[in-house]
Design a protein around this ligand. Structure first.
Ligand SMILES: NC(=O)c1ccc[n+]([C@@H]2O[C@H](COP(=O)([O-])OP(=O)(O)OC[C@H]3O[C@@H](n4cnc5c(N)ncnc54)[C@H](O)[C@@H]3O)[C@@H](O)[C@H]2O)c1
Length: 390
């Protein structure tokens, strides 16, 4: 193993980086480039052995950036001031954390209530990156967006890989090939990246979203926006659930577009709710044989009725893919972007002189604070925990 060229003075704050344990998780919460900045500023960075292996960042690279390697989880978490992760900690992890330890990562609280309750009981502080408000000042910390960008890109590549056609138009001695048609349902961050990627691959791209504002963004990427006389944008800029009448209109329009698509990428979701069904069983039967559906909403119930999470199924000659954790497929860049998000977030907690604030009054810190000092601070999670009497 190489040794760091400089041994900077530390300020007593230990930042620990876990090796992700969730199945298929290849990402890591920080990368050597960010570690170097932290160690140069006087923080001690402790990285769990092989934490970066899934994203091809070796222990040696972290050591060269000034980190120390912890052989296992116990050595990593013992004495950590701040713990960085991508996926939520497990209950076993929480048991090893001292009171006041700060954990930063995606917390997916609604699906991890027992862990949240344990963090409350052990007086751990947890910041959920998915709760960072989408205000201009927090753009560099928006891990939901950076990871949706990675997911949208990976979805378009997965669609192309499963499609038995070329995507671009080809004029060859063996004849002219028409470009494939790609349909994107849901033009948020992931959808827009999928559009841009499919366009670069040479496909004809159509897209639809219930937020009319998405139309301009879709058109600016050179794709066709399918208009429906609905604008279901709420005051926070997110989609609201459609009325039953609106759903019927939507399905009629979507069905017509589906019948001419070779690849469909669905990303439609409504925060905190089950994903809306945009593709029924009957519609799948009307699609072109050989067509492909990549359902990014698979983890929240699926936008297609026939999607099975984590599986690829074929129905009526249509391949339906329900991927889990697409950002992990581009783990190097997804980790790099996530690490930058975390670094920006840390700058709110750590002052230039290396002091750690425990005053979480900043709007971004206050909004993303899930648990602190024995209390669940995020109201929707608190309601779920109180309802379940945890
Ligand atoms: N810093 C910022 O200002 C910032 C950063 C990121 C995103 N945003 C905005 O936040 C919003 C949501 O972004 P996201 O990608 O996280 O969204 P998301 O993952 O919650 O949803 C994905 C997309 O699905 C769409 N959708 C929901 N129901 C649908 C339906 N029935 N049919 C078709 N489409 C449907 C949504 O409108 C959204 O565009 C967007 O307006 C985005 O531009 C703002």
């Amino acid at each position: 193993m190489s040794t760091p060229t400089v041994a900077p003075k530390t300020n007593g704050i230990v930042i620990a980086v876990v090796k992700e344990q969730a199945r298929g998780e290849q990402r890591v919460a920080t990368v050597p480039e960010v570690v170097q900045t932290l160690t140069k500023s006087g923080y001690e960075v402790l990285v769990e052995h092989d934490a970066g292996a899934g994203a091809f960042y070796s222990d040696d690279l972290y050591v060269a950036a000034g980190a120390k390697i912890a052989p296992g989880r116990t050595e990593l978490l013992d004495g950590a001031t701040i713990v960085l992760c991508v996926q939520p900690p497990t209950i076993a992890d929480v048991e090893m954390l001292a009171e006041g330890t700060i954990v930063i990562g995606f917390m997916n609280a609604a699906n991890n209530l027992p862990t949240v309750a344990r963090m409350r009981d052990r007086k751990v502080t947890a910041f959920a990156l998915e709760l960072v408000p989408r205000i201009t000042r927090a753009q560099s910390m928006d891990a939901l967006s950076s990871q949706a960008t990675a997911g949208g890109y990976a979805a378009a590549i997965l669609g192309a890989d499963n499609c038995p056609k070329f995507l671009p138009m080809l004029t060859t001695a063996a004849g002219t090939i028409r470009p494939a048609t790609v349909l994107i349902l849901g033009a948020g961050v992931a959808g827009l990246m999928a559009i841009a990627t499919a366009k670069r691959l040479g496909a004809m791209v159509e897209a639809y979203d219930v937020r009319r504002a998405a139309g301009e963004q879709v058109r600016s990427l050179g794709a066709k926006f399918l208009e429906l006389e609905i604008n279901a944008e709420d005051q926070d800029g997110y989609a609201r659930e459609l009325t039953s009448e609106e759903k019927v209109k939507e399905q009629q329009m979507v069905s017509a577009a589906l019948a001419r698509a070779d690849i469909v990428i669905t990303t439609a979701s409504i925060p905190g709710r089950k994903a809306p069904v945009l593709i029924t069983k009957e519609t799948v039967a009307q699609m072109r044989p050989g067509a492909v559906i990549i359902d990014l909403a698979a983890e929240s119930g699926g936008n297609c009725e026939l999607t099975q999470s984590e599986k690829t199924v074929e129905e009526h000659g249509v391949t339906i893919v329900g991927p889990q954790n697409l950002p992990a497929r581009v783990a190097i860049h997804a980790s790099q972007m996530y690490a930058k998000n975390v670094q920006s977030f840390l700058s709110l907690l750590l002052s230039k002189d290396g002091a750690l604030t425990r005053e979480f009054t900043d709007e971004i810190l206050a909004s993303s604070l899930l648990v602190n000092a024995g209390e669940v601070r995020h109201k929707p999670t608190l309601d779920l925990i109180s309802g379940g009497r945890l």
